[in-house]
Structure formats: C-alpha cells, structure tokens
Write a protein that binds this ligand. Structure first.
Ligand SMILES: N[C@@H](CCC(=O)N[C@@H](CS)C(=O)NCC(=O)O)C(=O)O
Length: 211
C-alpha cells in the first residue's frame, strides 16, 4: 500500500501529480506545512526533517519531492515513458533538468521568497534577498525558456516527469507574481490542463498551509 503524506504546497503537488499520472491507488494523508502536523510523533518517526512530502511504500520511506517523483516513475511506470531509463543519455538529461529545477528555480529563488516574505516572522525580513531572488529566477528560467522555444517538452516528444517538476515551479512563480514569458505560461497552462494535474491539484489544495 502506498501513502503520500502532505498537501497544500508546490512541492507536495509533485508527488500527488505523479501518482495520478500513473493512476496509482494510494492513500493521501493531507497534512499541511506550518500547521504543526509535521511535528507530530508519528510523522517525525517517518521524517526527522519534519518536511512534506513523504512517500511510504510498504516499509520503504522516501522523502524529497524529486526523489519521490523519480521513484514512482521507475517503480510503477516503466512503460509510461515519464522517467527515462537509467544509464541512458536521456536519464542524464533528466537528472540535469531536475537538479536545475530544484536548485535554481526552487531553493535559491522561490524558496528564498517564501522564507523572507511569507515566513519573515521566522526567517527575518530581507527585501534585498527577495529582489535578488526574483531577478535570479528570471535569469535562470531562460535556460528552460530557450529549450522550450524549440521543443514542446523538456525531454523527447512527450510530457514527462521533468515537465511535471518544471510546471510545479512555474505555477509557484505565477502565484508569487513573477512575470514569465508567453511561451512558458502557455507550456505551464497546457501541462496543468492534464486531467492527472487537475485531480491531483484538487486533492493537494483541498487543505491550506499554515502561516
Ligand atoms: N526539498 C524538499 C523540501 C520540502 C519542504 O521544505 N517542505 C515544506 C513545505 S513546502 C515543509 O514541509 N515544511 C515543514 C513545515 O512547514 O511544517 C522537497 O522538495 O521535498
């Protein structure tokens, strides 16, 4: 039995979306961030980092949204084409996109905004860091934009897990009021029109994050 813990955030949607792309039967445990639920005894026993999402597959526990998306594709979607086969150039390219998305478009930029704007009471006000984060996002996202001017998807000819990951940060950026190009907006919108996204988003955002 599969369980996905967590909801309400741009990171938890990744796990739910991938599970829906693969039509997996799983139990969602929709705890929100900043609600105190990630500090419960039961949850800390699963993830001492006190962070969502977390995947539980039998007695196997996996944290980190990108690792969860990749594991689900490798384990339950071998013929889905969503995650490229290991030991191929496509897989190396996939790893490149995922590292870039997580570092340049999530941790170094959008998450800096989250920390110093939404969570400023905890992490402190830092207007200069927020300006640099917006600028940094706009600069870094050009790498994806250049690729998508010439291609419909990040890898190959069809939608895949790398597109899912990129779309998650583009919708997050949009929610934060960061301007993105028409091509990126159209790409994100088209991916969000997938029925797997629609169902996953309805579930993921049926609860709210705390302040
Ligand atoms: N690198 C991790 C980041 C996970 C993360 O920071 N999750 C936040 C919500 S987006 C969280 O659980 N925060 C704990 C809390 O706020 O209670 C991932 O991509 O899964």
């Amino acid at each position: 039995m599969l369980t996905i813990w967590g909801g309400a955030t741009g990171r938890t949607i990744r796990a739910h979306w991938m599970a829906h792309e693969l039509a997996l039967d799983y139990e969602p445990k929709l705890i929100g961030s900043r609600t105190g639920a990630t500090q419960s005894e039961e949850f800390v026993a699963l993830n001492v980092k006190e962070k969502i999402p977390v995947l539980v597959d039998g007695d196997f526990v996996l944290t980190e949204s990108a690792a969860i998306v990749t594991y689900l594709g490798d384990t339950y979607g071998k013929d889905s084409g969503l995650v490229p086969e290991p030991n191929t150039h496509e897989r190396a390219r996939y790893n490149e996109w995922l590292s870039y998305i997580q570092m340049e478009l999530d941790a170094h930029t959008l998450y800096v905004m989250r920390k110093h704007r939404d969570l400023a009471t905890i992490y402190g006000e830092a207007p200069a860091a927020i300006d640099a984060a917006i600028e940094g996002f706009q600069k870094q996202v050009r790498f994806a934009e250049n690729h998508l001017k010439r291609n419909e998807f990040l890898i190959g000819e069809s939608f895949g897990a790398a597109d899912l990951m990129l779309t998650s940060v583009l919708t997050w950026a949009k929610a934060y009021g960061i301007e993105i190009s028409n091509r990126l907006a159209e790409y994100a919108e088209s991916n969000c029109n997938r029925s797997a996204y629609q169902t996953a988003a309805e579930l993921n955002f049926s609860i709210s994050a705390g302040a």
